[in-house]
Ligand binder design. Structure first.
Ligand code: SAM
Length: 263
């Protein structure tokens, strides 16, 4: 299929970047260096790919829409290795050469951006950094700090795994077709050392999900059945607080308490 014949598909979250200034600004933020191993999620017709390949000789791309594959092959030939598969099933660590850490980039399909982020959090040992375009609102949730209305499970879990840097906003007009929402570029750098001690990130995830299931209620209420007043006291956390008032460190203490045998 020729580039001009491909129609953007909503179910694949297809909004193709066309604003060259924005594309160059994103590439400058990524700053690809020769010899690095970059993998792009959802290259589409190759707007970002083209720009990145001005700096490095080759890269990998993961694209689900098989109608885009001939377009990518025509445009980039052997400069790219195409993985025509669902990124949620893609094993990033397997794609490495000689244990070289990966740089993952992508203008992500917004309908599955959170599952993609959590899929990547399981493979951080193979990843050096990540640069993504996401819905602005999602980036705000990822970067939010305690006390902020956007602070929640996504902020806590991602900040446990990575340093989250919100870089800049991208307006709908930079895409074709334009999405209904504003977008933003975010940089994620996996922590070398976890910022808090944690027995199990799954337990943290479960506890945080439960705590934010009713964000207006106190922790005593939402975590009833999981932690009692003595547990809160042992963790030095005030049970009358609402979840959005708690730091990652305080949530980690509660999660560790829950993991330990207690009563
Ligand atoms: N990078 C291109 C650009 O900026 O013009 C396209 C970005 S578009 C927002 C998202 C891309 O992700 C599309 O090419 C779409 O086909 C692809 N995609 C959607 N779901 C996917 C999945 N589960 N796995 C891999 N790619 C997917």
């Amino acid at each position: 299929m020729r580039d001009t014949q491909h129609r953007a598909r909503k179910r694949f979250g297809q909004n193709f970047l066309h604003d060259q200034n924005i594309i160059q600004r994103i590439t400058a933020a990524i700053s690809p260096q020769e010899g690095e191993h970059l993998i792009e999620i959802g290259p589409g017709k190759g707007a970002m790919t083209q720009s990145v390949l001005e700096y490095i000789e080759r890269m990998d791309v993961v694209e689900l829409d098989r109608d885009l594959i001939p377009i990518l092959t025509d445009r980039f030939a052997d400069q790219i290795t195409i993985h025509n598969t669902d990124v949620l099933k893609f094993d990033f660590c397997q794609a490495r050469h000689n244990d070289q850490p990966l740089r993952v980039i992508g203008n992500l399909p917004y309908n599955i951006s959170t599952p993609i982020l959590f899929h990547l959090m399981e493979q951080l040992a193979c990843i050096k950094d990540m640069h993504f375009m996401l819905q602005k609102e999602v980036v705000e949730r990822m970067a939010a700090t305690p006390g902020n209305k956007d602070y929640g499970r996504l902020s806590i879990m991602l900040q446990y795994f990575c340093r989250v840097e919100k870089l800049f906003l991208v307006p709908p007009g930079a895409f074709n077709p334009p999405p209904k929402v504003d977008s933003a570029i975010v940089r994620l750098i996996p922590h070398e050392q976890p910022p808090v001690e944690l027995e199990s990130s799954e337990t943290l995830s479960r506890l945080v999900k439960q705590a934010f299931s009713q964000r207006r209620k106190t922790l005593r209420n939402t975590l009833k059945g999981l932690l009692n007043d003595a547990d809160f006291e042992a963790c030095d956390v005030d049970a009358s607080l609402r979840p959005e008032q708690l730091s990652l460190e305080q949530f980690a203490r509660l999660a560790n308490r829950y993991t330990e045998p207690h009563q």
